[in-house]
Ligand binder design. Sequence first.
Ligand code: CA
Ligand code: CA
Length: 337
Amino acid sequence: MIRSPLVVTFQGFAALVDFADVTTMRLRTLSTTLFVVLVASMLGTARTAAADTISLMWDANPEPEIAGYIVHVGTQSGTYTQHLDVGLSTSYSVASAIAGQQYCFAVSAYFAGPIEGSKSAEVCGFSNRPPTLVNPGARSSVLSQAVTLQLQGVDPDGQPVSYSATGLPPGLALQSSTGFISGAPTTAGSFTVNVTVSDGVLTVTQSFTWTVTAPDVTAPAVTITSPTSAATYSTTSSTMTMGGTASDNVAVTQVTWVSDRGGSGTASGTMNWSVAGLALQLGANIITVTARDAAGNTATDVVTVTYNTPPDTIAPVVTITGPTSAATYATAAPTSH
Ligand SMILES: [Ca+2]
Ligand SMILES: [Ca+2]
């Protein structure tokens, strides 16, 4: 098999190598058991963010004529931009690898000449990959109320990660080893928080807004408007539909009702609420309606509903049966003697 000549350049040396010659000489392909060792990870050493070390090792060829090895280096699979003569060494280190950058390697052996053999199988790897950090999204907290947030960072290389943060609302603190944020905010406002996860070399930052609001101390308002906005109401029906309005400086979260004669429930709606089929007991029923906001503030309105039995509109029936049930009756006058 005749292949195109290949220009191999390394250390200022350039040579035309005909792969057909290599095939003839049966220079064997090198072992595929190459190892990419993440030296920075293994040492756990803090390094500059820009540079890292990749170590490459391979099995020696058995042929005694081997004059050396060439390491082919690239950042894309199959494309090698560096061809480095490492002599008879069976290892090589890329001392200034860019952290997070993929590197691909193949190794070939050469005889004197030089005549280069075919490349080994390729190995690709990263000197280091950056950790990932989930953006926790916008947060809302209430002034002086305890709050927690667990940051979710992980390193694809399995390296331990640590965390840092800037811009946290005052009163909150981050535990750098765990990514756990806790505390009680002491200042209201909107804060832009940057949280960073690090694998010791590479970092990733996420940004989100943390809003701290003053607690809601304003009670809602609630008003019964139906069947009456008056304090009392009378009905001859045993059930009642009731409705009204409610409002709050933040939001009404729930409207409930309770009767002093038994029964309670939750109204439908909040700003405009209603209760259907409210059962009444004979006599006075004191119905209390309560509106709540999220902070637990409440307000009530009361109506007293009197349930009377329906008036009797049917007249009594009376019938004359004696001395006759007829319409007329005649009798003789008593005689004097
Ligand atoms: Ca990493
Ligand atoms: Ca309120």
